[in-house]
Design a protein around this ligand. Structure first.
Ligand code: SF4
Length: 89
């Protein structure tokens, strides 16, 4: 995808070369693989941040989220609103 962006040309496939057994594997660049790649890039960008992104505003979704014990969306929301109130005084 980087090569496509740099050259402006579309590529249908790529190849992975395994040095240990000196074999080459062809990989088709399907729409699904492209989408998975873009999702992995977004996750890598999030993981590289030193601070967690702010919880989403729609905390109804958080009720059924498996990460709510780590993300603490309700606590963060409460802290933010109290900090806003303090700065307004
Ligand atoms: S608890 Fe889940 S849905 Fe809510 S902000 Fe955190 S990660 Fe997103």
């Amino acid at each position: 995808m980087c090569i496509e962006e740099r050259t402006g040309r579309s590529l249908a496939y790529g190849e992975i070369f395994y040095h240990a057994n000196r074999r080459r594997q062809t990989v088709a660049f399907t729409p699904q693989l492209r989408q998975m790649t873009e999702q992995a890039i977004v996750l890598a960008q999030l993981a590289s941040q030193t601070t967690m992104p702010a919880p989403i505003d729609n905390t109804k979704k958080c009720l059924s989220c498996s990460l709510k014990e780590i993300c603490l969306p309700f606590e963060v929301k409460q802290l933010r609103s109290s900090m806003t109130l303090e700065t307004e005084d």
